[in-house]
Design a protein around this ligand. Structure first.
Ligand SMILES: NC(=O)c1ccc[n+]([C@@H]2O[C@H](COP(=O)([O-])OP(=O)(O)OC[C@H]3O[C@@H](n4cnc5c(N)ncnc54)[C@H](O)[C@@H]3O)[C@@H](O)[C@H]2O)c1
Length: 330
């Protein structure tokens, strides 16, 4: 019997998930709810299912719910879904401050329900190559530089508004923080400098991250570059080895002083696969089937929020911040 999926928020990213899940025979796209009813109807017409008249109706008729609403609504909407006893997939960010992240993580743990956070980049082919090299010990990271710029804070139309995004780091660079922990483990402390260039929020960060393993990484992120490549890149250095990603299109590596360079090029794979969306959705349905644990847990989401909060604190008071010293109120 197919799992009945509801989708809350019927904008850009909801259309991506609906397109992917419409091709999964284990799933029935049941209903959509958006505060703009025309948007729910548009997704129902494109991908099947129907527009629900309320969130309550959607919850009644779904086994699991995808949350694709703006960042500020995630905790509230996810909480209503958990209270209804339904499994959750919620887009990034997990939460917008430590209190919220702590409340939500603890609620998920008490509920016994599945909760997957939408950190899709873990499943992008370029990042899977990098992760596998680290896991197989083909690459022992000793030094790292990462960058994630945005071209603009214009699309979608609320993305410039820190009251709605939670702040620039919670919007796009949030993916990089998740990857940092995913690849290199827990961060011990951060030291960040930041400036504001537009809209009055900090939108240009230079960050030093020191991991519990002793590894150090630098990260640069700026909101108003352009979409000129490169805007997203990891450079990971081992002993006489270099791995370098180019957006999510390709990864090149050299594993010795005189060895050849290998490149895996994913530039012709469709965007849904290249950005990891297809695999993250498949893994969520696998978890619903009990085949595996959720691929990105509430605890993973919490750790990213903790790291981002440490970066903001460091940028604001100029000091080194120990990440684990930050705790939220329940
Ligand atoms: N993982 C990724 O790569 C990725 C990419 C894009 C967006 N996102 C995340 O997905 C979320 C949605 O982004 P988007 O680009 O699709 O935005 P969007 O503006 O295109 O869509 C959001 C939709 O939610 C609706 N909405 C707002 N509040 C609501 C509520 N309380 N209940 C029901 N519907 C509500 C809006 O009317 C709108 O249709 C954001 O949190 C964003 O950070 C993730």
């Amino acid at each position: 019997m197919a799992y009945k999926i509801g989708i809350v928020g019927a904008g850009g990213v909801a259309a991506i998930h609906a397109a992917i899940l419409a091709n999964d025979v284990r799933v029935k796209l049941q209903s959509y709810f958006d505060v703009d009813a025309a948007r729910s109807q548009a997704l129902a017409t494109r991908f099947g299912g129907h527009a629900a008249g309320s969130l309550g109706q959607l919850l009644q008729e779904s086994d699991a719910v995808l949350v694709c609403t703006p960042n500020t609504t995630h905790e509230e909407v996810a909480t209503q879904i958990l209270d209804a006893g339904k499994h959750v997939f919620c887009e990034k960010p997990f939460a917008l401050n430590l209190d919220s992240a702590t409340r939500l993580r603890d609620k998920v743990m008490r509920s016994g329900l599945l909760y997957q956070v939408g950190h899709n980049r873990r499943f992008a082919p370029v990042y899977k190559v990098l992760k596998e090299a680290i896991e197989k010990n083909e690459l022992r990271p000793l030094s790292v530089h990462a960058k994630m710029n945005r071209g603009e804070l214009v699309n979608p139309p609320w993305v410039w508004n820190a009251q709605l995004t939670g702040g620039f780091l919670y919007e796009t660079p949030v993916h990089m923080f998740d990857l940092m922990i995913f690849f290199f483990g827990k961060v011990e402390w951060v030291q960040a400098g930041a400036r504001a260039h537009d809209h009055g929020e900090l939108d240009d960060f230079s960050i030093l991250l020191s991991f519990e393993s002793g590894l150090q990484a630098t990260m640069k992120t700026y909101a108003h570059a352009s979409w000129h490549f490169p805007f997203e890149r990891f450079e990971v250095y081992g002993m006489h080895s270099t791995y370098e990603t180019f957006e999510m299109e390709s990864i090149s590596f050299t594993t010795g002083l005189e060895s050849k360079t290998t490149t895996y090029d994913f530039s012709l794979t469709g965007m849904h696969e290249q950005w990891g969306y297809i695999e993250e959705d498949r893994l969520f349905v696998d978890a619903l089937e009990g085949k595996s644990r959720v691929a990105v847990s509430a605890e993973d989401g919490y750790q990213v929020v903790q790291l981002i909060e440490a970066c903001y604190q460091s940028a604001k008071n100029g000091s080194r911040i120990h990440v684990n010293a930050l705790v939220g109120k329940t």
